[in-house]
Design a protein around this ligand. Structure first.
Ligand SMILES: Nc1nc2c(ncn2[C@@H]2O[C@H](COP(=O)(O)OP(=O)(O)OP(=O)(O)O)[C@@H](O)[C@H]2O)c(=O)[nH]1
Ligand SMILES: [Mg+2]
Length: 313
């Protein structure tokens, strides 16, 4: 393997080979582009991926192509697409019902959900897309689920803390993710913390899996832990919010620009307007707390969550 291609890249390439529609091809190619090691040895390959990506995007624009979009790939909206992954009956649909305006069916028997249902979860002034999914189970797993999990920005593993089989379910899910080379979710939501014995099971899960996952105990029924859930999801998305202001005017704090963590002042300026980055001389940094009142910063400074910038050309 000349270019030291990573397992993530190779999995994305497999996905591309099996892709049936332009949308699936685009998703797979975007993932290939995101995971390909960026060095001289892969330059040709990168160029080839870009060429195919632009072709696939053209194909997806063609008349009638919309009908070919697979029903299960949900268009991304908001600050990130977060899929709820987990065994049957763990409360994935109930979480989406409680946290968003969407109303997927909730029932006390397994395999209730057969289709993905998206909804928007607010976190402070940010909207995050939550997607309810059918379960992962040794009995039956929808064949298209891996593709949806791979396409998402982030996965959250949702388990039922009151289920005596929860450890076996975790093992099964790890095996499946591994076999399909799927990204392991970063978060583990232990649901039904309102039920007796759930607290002990949560502690046991943290002992076993605490270094693999950020763990949070919630109850989709009573609402316990859900504020923390939204905060933890926001953190795991690795994004920052920035605001802009005009000299002499107060900032607009309701509609943040969303950037990746690690972005610079220059990236922020480009996000607002492509010409801004080019002509930027410096920026003035403010914070809602007043702690950075107008500090002059250059284009290479890393932005922090809730920075407020005044761009000067
Ligand atoms: N006590 C309690 N019950 C819950 C909680 N969350 C969900 N439930 C119940 O658990 C059952 C399953 O909930 P669902 O949301 O349908 O579970 P699901 O994970 O979507 O199930 P599938 O669609 O089969 O994968 C329902 O009877 C819910 O009322 C919770 O936090 N506490
Ligand atoms: Mg469901």
């Amino acid at each position: 393997m000349p270019a030291n291609l990573t397992p993530d890249y190779l999995a994305a390439e497999q996905e591309y080979k099996h892709a049936q529609t332009p949308q699936e091809k685009i998703a797979a190619l975007e993932r290939m582009m995101a995971t390909i090691p960026k060095h001289k040895g892969t330059e040709k390959l990168q160029a080839e991926i870009k060429r195919r990506l632009s072709q696939a995007r053209k194909d997806s624009q063609k008349k009638g192509a919309a009908h070919a979009a697979p029903f299960y790939l949900i268009k991304k909206e908001g600050a990130g697409q977060v899929v709820l992954v987990g065994p049957p009956n763990s409360g994935k649909s109930q979480l989406v019902c409680t946290l968003t305006h969407a109303r997927p069916e909730v029932a006390d028997y397994p395999f209730t959900t057969r289709l993905p249902t998206p909804g928007m979860m607010p976190f402070e002034n940010v909207q995050i897309q939550l997607v309810d999914l059918p379960p992962l189970s040794p009995e039956f797993t929808e064949p298209w689920l891996p593709q949806v999990i791979r396409y998402a920005t982030l996965g959250v593993l949702v388990v039922d803390l009151n289920d005596p089989g929860v450890l076996d379910e975790m093992e099964f899910i790890h095996g499946l993710l591994d076999e399909r080379r799927l990204p392991v979710p970063k978060l583990l939501a232990g649901n039904k913390i309102d039920l007796g014995g759930a607290r002990d099971n949560f502690e046991a899960l943290v002992d076993l899996y605490g270094d693999r996952y950020r763990c949070v105990a919630v109850s989709a029924s009573t609402g316990e832990g859900l504020d923390r859930f939204a905060r933890v999801v926001y953190d795991a998305l690795e994004i920052v919010r920035v605001y802009t202001k005009v000299p002499g005017k107060p900032p607009e704090l309701t509609a943040p620009y969303i950037l990746r963590r690690g972005s610079t002042v220059e990236d922020a300026a480009r996000h607002v307007h492509k010409d801004f980055a080019e002509h930027l001389k410096y920026a003035r940094l403010f914070r809602a707390s007043g702690s950075r009142d107008g500090l002059m910063v250059d284009r290479h400074r890393l932005v922090e969550d809730e920075d407020i910038f005044e761009f000067h050309m």
